[in-house]
Design a protein around this ligand. Sequence first.
Ligand SMILES: O=C(O)c1cc(=O)[nH]c(=O)n1[C@@H]1O[C@H](COP(=O)(O)O)[C@@H](O)[C@H]1O
Length: 250
Amino acid sequence: MTTTNKQVAERMMVALDYAHAEQAETLIRSLQGIPCYVKVGMQLFYSAGPQFVSKLKELGYNIFLDLKMHDIPNTVKGGAESITRLGVDMFNVHAAGGKQMMEAAMEGVDKGLASGAKGKPIVIGVTQLTSTSQTVMNDEIGIAGTVEDAVLRYADLTKAAGLDGVVASPLEVVRIKQSCGTSFVTVTPGIRPAGAAIGDQSRVMTPAEAFAQGTDYVVIGRPITAAPDPREALESIIASVTVSNEYRNE
Ligand SMILES: O=C(O)c1cc(=O)[nH]c(=O)n1[C@@H]1O[C@H](COP(=O)(O)O)[C@@H](O)[C@H]1O
């Protein structure tokens, strides 16, 4: 793997959206040697639990634990403390829980660190889910204005609460970076290589386009996990970013 490809791979987060640990293990084996992040979401975590996260950590993976906590501040604080002790590299909470809830998450991280956790995880706020369209946000959920403005509002709130970044679609990255600064981390799902099925996603971009917006990490699930050859799918996504000439890894 070339240095550029390695740098791109390190910013790819493969979503292990499986109901059983064995399925995730099969995928992990097929991706061996590619230095990507792996994302453990609720489907896998609720079935395979913290032990499986520890196992992935022992294999040397960087882990994004995507449990999207959204509860009263005290409960989120306790959840964040437990997650920090688990030793993941990144986790998320819903920005819609508000500033006090997000601050409580950061207090939970501090408590986890004080009780012996090894490293501080990157903590990010979920803005508007990438499956949410303009129409759904306005007419069903009842939030007025553009999706982009709603995402921006959540991003500013997340920053004010002291978190490290947000989950958003790549379409909003430029404005988030303008408003919150270039070091404010953006994690962008809703990634679809050209021609791939969009499925339940709504606000999508190709991997090369997402990196050209200046995103830090892209999250990719089904375009890899549902491919006949997941390793080949990931390698060709990595190569598509390299050849775009738009990706800059400063
Ligand atoms: O927090 C997330 O990771 C997330 C936020 C969001 O707004 N949209 C979103 O798709 N995700 C996750 O990103 C992954 C996208 O998967 P695919 O649509 O299969 O590529 C899934 O695991 C989602 O749970």
